[in-house]
Design a protein around this ligand. Structure first.
Ligand code: C2E
Ligand code: CA
Ligand code: CA
Ligand code: CA
Length: 272
């Protein structure tokens, strides 16, 4: 192999410096957003294939006045520890939104990062917010990925079981991207599983159709409703409907929406 010469080192150093500078900039943005109310949530409907209704929404965080995506800033929030405060903000905001829509009984799911397990008072905080806003815990759902369980298995299981006992719903997110093990299903009573866009795109054609169909059957056999994520085409929708997939979340029906768009959507049938 070629050895690194001075020029390479210089380049390498410069590259590292740029990356660290970028990270620092994002961290500053996140601190600023926490202090100045510059986060917002967008809500993407999960359309029920039996009736075309959207009563379930995934809350997805955004920065106001800035196009930086959560795919870019959430990892920085996780590394810096800011995710704890951000996670609380998301929780509070979602619960307040549930309170606003109490007559419509919508459900909102929020994403939860493994680093938030370090927030030892999170559950107390959650319960307090639910009580303060008079919101039924069953209307709130927490989405976690398998990585949470792999990184901190014992802690995660205890945490999730506590949530479950409170009545908070649990969704297994991004199924099909990691190990996609079924072993966790024995320890945690999930209420829903979300098939990642990755497997929707790779497997929803030709011979592979059977794989998804059987996966959905398997989840149904243990009473787990299935959400297909990242559905963009009519063909995918038709295939998933034939397989009795329960919910579809994707641009085909709706992008993530501002909160003031929820009400109107509740009156629509999205599959007509
Ligand atoms: P995720 O949890 O898998 O969320 C689904 C992502 O897929 C969202 O991206 C959503 O906008 C996008 N999406 C939905 N339908 C389609 C589609 O039809 N086509 C395509 N191409 N994309 C679609 P988003 O909002 O950019 O979020 C990216 C990731 O950032 C999320 O992935 C989640 O891991 C993380 N994230 C977002 N909000 C939060 C949050 O409040 N807390 C935490 N911890 N993570 C969050
Ligand atoms: Ca999610
Ligand atoms: Ca997902
Ligand atoms: Ca994903």
């Amino acid at each position: 192999a070629k050895k690194m010469d001075d020029k390479d080192y210089l380049y390498y150093n410069q590259n590292m410096k740029n990356k660290m500078k970028k990270k620092k900039e994002i961290e500053d943005k996140l601190r600023n957003a926490l202090n100045n109310d510059k986060f917002k949530l967008k809500y993407q409907p999960q359309v029920d294939l039996t009736d075309g209704q959207a009563k379930y929404f995934e809350a997805l965080i955004r920065l106001k006045e800035d196009n930086i995506s959560p795919g870019e800033f959430i990892p920085v929030a996780e590394e810096s520890g800011l995710i704890i405060e951000i996670g609380r903000w998301v929780t509070k905001e979602a619960i307040e939104q549930l309170a606003i829509h109490e007559d419509n009984e919508i459900k909102i799911s929020i994403n939860f990062s493994v680093q938030q397990l370090n927030d030892k008072e999170y559950i107390d905080f959650l319960v307090e917010e639910l009580n303060k806003n008079n919101v039924n815990p069953e209307l709130l759902e927490i989405e976690i990925t398998e990585s949470v369980l792999i990184e901190k298995e014992a802690e995660a299981i205890e945490f999730l079981n506590q949530l479950s006992q409170l009545g908070v719903q649990l969704a297994l997110d991004d199924f099909g991207t990691g190990y996609s093990s079924f072993s966790y299903l024995a320890y945690i009573s999930f209420d829903k599983v979300k098939l990642d866009k990755f497997i929707i795109d790779r497997f929803l054609e030709g011979q592979n159709l059977k794989t998804i169909a059987n996966l959905i059957k398997l989840f149904h056999s243990i009473d787990l409703p299935v959400v297909a994520e990242g559905v963009e085409t009519k063909e995918q929708y038709i295939n998933l409907a034939e397989m009795n997939c329960d919910y579809i979340q994707g641009y085909l029906f709706s992008k993530p929406l501002a909160n003031n768009k929820i009400k109107k959507l509740l009156q629509e049938n999205l599959i007509q």
